[in-house]
Design a binder for this molecule. Structure first.
Ligand SMILES: C[S@@+](CC[C@H](N)C(=O)[O-])C[C@H]1O[C@@H](n2cnc3c(N)ncnc32)[C@H](O)[C@@H]1O
Length: 360
């Protein structure tokens, strides 16, 4: 075992706290784990996603969190002998990171997937924030794709995320904003099933399928309990999940398909991305997925599990947790939930709330 500095121990402890308990992380065998990770790409059309938010600033690997174990596995993977799915391990082969932290500079890669620019959710969440009096809490804020537009529009917002890499990227982007925008943002690293911020919010959002990281009913209820404890009276919880396409789930063949043609990053590196569904676990309502980043020819696999929900199931789940569904939309233009609609966008409130009449 390598000697460990106090800093590296502290870093590992932080990461363990954030991720070792993460619901989607599951050791399959040494170095082979899965994590409920980036959501939404399972629909093989892949015509959804985020913007390419390259900041054009220097892009270095030197400051990244990494361990010899992780580096060794990355090297093994590049040599074609890597395991197909893992999240991250420390130098004792213990799981320490999520799928968002296992690949170097992941926040930059996440922000660089051009398909994501087509995603129509930013205006939706921005509109909901604008009609809210008081601060917003975004659970699973990632690199700030939704958080920053809300802050730029004048909203106070707290961003919570379990991934150091995603939060680092968010902080880097926030540092380039005006002092006024910076002053409206708070960022905190925490697990969405266990956080306690000592504050309540009139609006809590979990955009881009964050809730699909919660694989078990137990974890889903833990998250909803934390949300309930942080909601102001009459407050709303808004989140989205994809509406499962069973034809695509049934038809999965494990084959890699390109969803991001090769492009140049701001630092000159070439990025291309493919995806594949390795397996569907029907009984768990889980897809085992991989997003495969080719960076200057090097292959990095973000492997994770995604829990998919049915609309009726969401209503039952929320009711069980003391919520009621005020609205459920089939897309971010507030279309109806119908067969084949791409999204399930949920607006819920505490069942005890007196604000308005529920739709369900
Ligand atoms: C698909 S990204 C969405 C990020 C952002 N909301 C957006 O719309 O771009 C999901 C985020 O959820 C975070 N996450 C996953 N599991 C988590 C957990 N147990 N606790 C806190 N954050 C978690 C990931 O780190 C990641 O940043």
């Amino acid at each position: 075992m390598r000697p460990r500095s106090p800093e590296s121990l502290a870093s590992r402890t932080r990461r363990r706290a954030a991720h070792q308990v993460a619901p989607g992380v599951r050791r399959r065998f040494s170095g082979d784990v899965q994590h409920a990770g980036l959501a939404g790409w399972q629909h093989a059309d892949a015509a959804r996603g985020h913007w390419s938010g390259l900041d054009g600033r220097g892009h270095s690997r030197s400051g990244r969190r990494d361990t010899g174990g992780v580096a060794a596995r990355l090297a093994a993977r590049r040599e074609g002998r890597g395991l197909s799915r893992w999240a991250g391990v420390d130098d004792q082969d213990r799981l320490v990171t999520s799928a968002y932290d296992a690949i170097p500079d992941f926040g930059v890669l996440y922000d660089s997937v051009p398909l994501y620019a087509a995603r129509q959710d930013v205006d939706f969440y921005l509109a909901e924030a604008k009609r809210t009096r008081g601060a917003v809490l975004e659970v699973g804020c990632g690199t700030g794709r939704i958080l920053l537009p809300i802050a730029r529009a004048g909203g106070a917002i707290t961003g919570l995320d379990g991934s150091p890499a995603m939060l680092d990227r968010c902080r880097t982007k926030l540092a380039a904003e005006s002092a006024a925008v910076q002053g409206r943002v708070r960022l905190t690293q925490a697990d969405m099933r266990e956080f306690n911020l000592g504050a309540v919010f009139p609006l809590i959002i979990a955009p881009f399928r964050v809730v699909q990281h919660l694989l078990t009913v137990d974890d889903q209820l833990k998250f909803l309990t934390r949300v309930a404890n942080h909601l102001a009276p009459g407050g709303r919880l808004i989140f989205d999940v994809f509406n499962p396409r069973f034809d695509m789930l049934v038809g999965h063949d494990g084959v890699e398909r390109e969803d991001t043609p090769e492009q140049r990053l701001a630092d000159g590196r070439a990025l291309r991305r493919t995806y594949r569904i390795a397996r569907v676990r029907w009984v768990d309502q889980v897809s085992e997925a991989e997003l495969i980043y080719y960076l200057d020819g090097e292959r990095y696999v973000q492997a994770f599990e995604m829990r998919w929900y049915l609309a009726t199931e969401l209503r039952h789940l929320l009711a069980r947790a003391g919520f009621r569904v005020r609205e459920m939309y089939g897309d971010f233009a507030r279309g109806a939930v119908v067969d084949g609609c791409p999204e399930l966008v949920v607006v819920a409130e505490n069942a005890g709330s007196t604000a308005g009449s529920p739709s369900a």
